[in-house]
Ligand binder design. Structure first.
Ligand SMILES: CC(C)(COP(=O)(O)OP(=O)(O)OC[C@H]1O[C@@H](n2cnc3c(N)ncnc32)[C@H](O)[C@@H]1OP(=O)(O)O)[C@@H](O)C(=O)NCCC(=O)NCCS
Length: 186
């Protein structure tokens, strides 16, 4: 269900191109990390959006690396279908490896996925998810929440984070396309 929502909200993103079995592994690892937040918005009992993230980002990326064999198993079908994806995977792997050594602090948190089903976008679901995510992060003692999004051709999403009080901290180096990081201090 979360995998389907992710695929519907991010039809062209790299994680989606890596396939459903990879997304299952990815979100399974995120949930296995004790320091996570995972919120689902529903309409009439049907999930229409979710917000997911983790505290202590370097700890999460280290966990991801320690589970690399299950990640690779999840990736295999997509790599067999489209071997060229391997290049983007390698770049993102190097980026994630760099994240484990960044001194962002164990109390910092990251909103790593925010998705609202296209049929429910523009109705306030995303803003409610982020507001609830920030409230939970505060309860957990996180000092800030960071989110990374596309730098270019992404005015709507960037306005969305601006309005919710996030501020740009800088460009994100080493990703497959230009990205920018927003942070909200708690
Ligand atoms: C970005 C997203 C989570 C926002 O959730 P939402 O429920 O549509 O947003 P809300 O209704 O709470 O707020 C609407 C505002 O979000 C922004 N927005 C961004 N993408 C939007 C979209 N596809 N549809 C409507 N609003 C969008 C607009 O600034 C809008 O403000 P406006 O009414 O002044 O134009 C959602 O559109 C989505 O899942 N998009 C695809 C995945 C994505 O880009 N996720 C964020 C990656 S970091």
């Amino acid at each position: 269900m979360i995998v389907h929502l992710h695929q519907a909200a991010f039809p062209d993103a790299l994680l989606t191109r890596l396939g459903g079995s990879f997304l299952e592994q990815y979100y399974g690892i995120l949930l296995a990390n004790p320091n996570h937040i995972f919120l689902v918005a529903s309409d009439d009992g049907k999930p229409v959006g979710f917000a997911a993230g983790f505290g202590d980002p370097s700890g999460f990326y280290a966990l991801l690396r320690s589970r690399k064999w299950s990640v690779i198993r999840g990736l295999a079908p997509a790599l067999i279908r489209r071997p060229s994806t391997l290049l983007a995977v390698g770049r993102n792997y190097l980026w994630a490896r760099g994240r484990t050594s960044e001194p962002v602090g164990a109390s910092a948190g990251e909103l790593s996925s925010l998705a609202v089903h296209p049929g429910h976008q523009g109705q306030g679901v995303g803003a409610r998810l982020v507001t609830a995510f920030l409230a939970r992060a505060l309860e957990l003692g996180w000092s800030s929440v960071a989110v990374t999004t596309d730098e270019a051709n992404n005015d709507g999403v960037r306005r969305f984070y601006d309005r919710l009080g996030f501020r740009v901290t800088g460009d994100v180096k080493g990703r497959t396309r230009p990205m920018v990081e927003y942070v909200k201090a708690l």
